[in-house]
Design a protein around this ligand. Structure first.
Ligand code: GLN
Length: 472
């Protein structure tokens, strides 16, 4: 073994430098992360499975188990997909492979990415590295917790209503939900196709920008993708001179935002001003009030269509039945957990003849209003700022029996997702000893601005991503 690698502190960029200087070999690096997994994953359960050998010369990576990987079981956290081994790579898996990043393993997720705590995973919850009695957020809690715990330098998640931003906030690291259409969904287990976007999680904004540059851009296999209008810029510098930051009242004054979260965000606003940004209030009047109800019609409607393909014939689990229909019914009954079942029923109802216009059609109109509202605010400001999550990480079990309390985790991340906009979450301090996330929302294709603002604030905030209990 060459140099000792402190995976808790090492960034992906730092790891890349070690490799380039020849201080460590890629197999040593892979080994160091595998040791961290061996040391912490029994407690935190971030991985659904690991991969033994480094299959590339670069910095290792972990992928949320919603991302199809050739030859590596992909379950989306669901029993109905157990045993499913894709015969092809999703485009994002192919791109990280082509960039030489060896796969460490597949990370835990709420079943079909439906949830905000990973407690809906059919394979048991993940835990928060800051306090294992608490959730890491979700649905991409496995990826976020693995980054914080030094089990991988970076990871990919997917964000439909907040599943990259919210777990990053709760675990104290950086997560990007990209502009809809900039990252291919080919080979991603579909939840709500008009919202799903894959994106990076890492310890720093620069790492997130680097990983985004690897996965983003048009893919002929996904006709909803486009080429980026400008190359990704890995951010430098700490000035925010000339940057206009809008503070939407509704997203910052929403009911249920904890006082400690408010305080940490207020501190970040002050720092932004000191770095030269121009701050101003603005309004997204319908975002908080109508964002959630709109999302919980559109996402389940799309999910009910996407999940119809799990019939026991083509993928994973098959239960016995005397007839074809009985086999399908039993497979679905045994294979889907409560949350997917709840959403399939909700979505099927919202799409049914006689109710379609009243629910789905109405939600689409509300979505258009939210798009316009964000567009107007982003004409006056370069980015919008708010907390990512109203609360810090909560205890396992605290919201599991109350779907509505769980849905409220995403009240601040959902509106801009419905508008197709990019959002970056960075850690901005601690409340009750737990990380608080700051959400920066940009216009379509505004990732470079998010990276610039996020990086400058990150330097000024100086957040230590190592959980307090592990600091020496
Ligand atoms: N928590 C939200 C939901 O349950 C968002 C999940 C996600 O972004 N995948 O739908």
């Amino acid at each position: 073994m060459g140099a000792v690698v402190d995976t808790l502190r090492l960034t992906a960029e730092g790891a890349k430098e070690l490799l380039e200087r020849g201080d460590v070999s890629s197999s040593e690096l892979h080994h160091a992360y595998k040791e961290a997994i061996a040391a912490h994953d029994e407690e935190l359960h971030c991985f659904l499975r690991t991969v033994d050998d480094a299959d590339g010369p670069g910095v290792p990576i972990a992928l949320k188990d919603i991302i199809s990987t050739k030859g590596v079981e992909t379950t989306a956290g669901s029993k109905i997909l157990s045993g499913y081994v894709p015969v092809f790579d999703s485009t994002v898996a192919a791109r990280v492979k082509a960039a030489g990043l060896p796969l460490l393993g597949k990370t835990n997720t709420d079943e079909f990415a439906m949830g905000s705590s990973t407690e809906n995973s059919a394979f048991g919850p993940s835990r928060n590295p800051w306090d294992p009695s608490r959730v890491p957020g979700g649905s991409g809690g496995g990826s976020a917790a693995a980054v914080t715990a030094g089990m991988t330098p970076w990871a990919l998640g997917s964000d439909t209503g907040g599943s990259i931003k919210q777990p990053s906030a709760l675990c104290g690291n950086v997560g990007l939900r990209p502009t809809y259409g900039t990252v291919s969904r080919y080979g991603i287990v579909a939840f709500a196709s008009s919202l799903d976007q894959v994106g990076p999680v890492a310890k720093t904004v620069r790492d997130v920008a680097l990983l985004y540059s690897i996965i983003a851009g048009r893919d002929p296999l996904d006709s909803t993708t486009v080429e980026l209008p400008e190359p990704v810029r890995v951010p430098e510098g700490d000035s925010l001179a000339g940057v206009r930051i809008g503070v939407p009242t509704e997203l910052n004054e929403a009911e249920g935002i904890e006082p400690g979260v408010r305080a940490a965000v207020a501190n970040a606003i002050e720092l932004a001003e000191r770095l030269g940004a121009e701050l101003g209030e603005c309004s997204l009047p319908r975002s908080v009030r109508y964002g959630m109800p709109c999302y919980y019609l559109i996402a389940p409607a799309e999910a009910s269509a996407n999940l119809a393909r799990y019939d026991g014939v083509r993928f994973g689990l098959r239960s016995e039945g005397a007839s074809y229909q009985e086999m399908v019914d039993r497979t679905r009954d045994d294979g889907f957990g409560d949350e997917p079942k709840r959403r399939i029923m909700l979505g099927t109802y919202a799409l049914s003849a006689g109710y379609f216009e009243a629910f789905y059609g109405q939600a689409q109109k509300v979505r258009t209003i939210l798009i316009e509202e964000h567009r107007d605010a982003l004409e006056r400001f370069d980015v919008l700022l708010s907390p990512t999550s109203p609360t810090v990480a909560f205890a396992l079990g605290e919201r599991a029996a109350d779907p509505l309390a769980m849905y409220l985790c995403d009240v601040l991340t959902i509106p801009s997702n419905l508008a197709g906009l990019p959002g970056l979450s960075i850690p901005c301090g601690l409340s009750e000893g737990l990380p608080v996330g700051l959400q920066l929302i940009g216009p379509q294709f505004g990732e470079n601005t998010l990276f610039r603002v996020g990086h400058a604030l990150e330097q000024a905030i100086g957040f230590d991503t190592v959980p307090t209990r592990w600091r020496t």
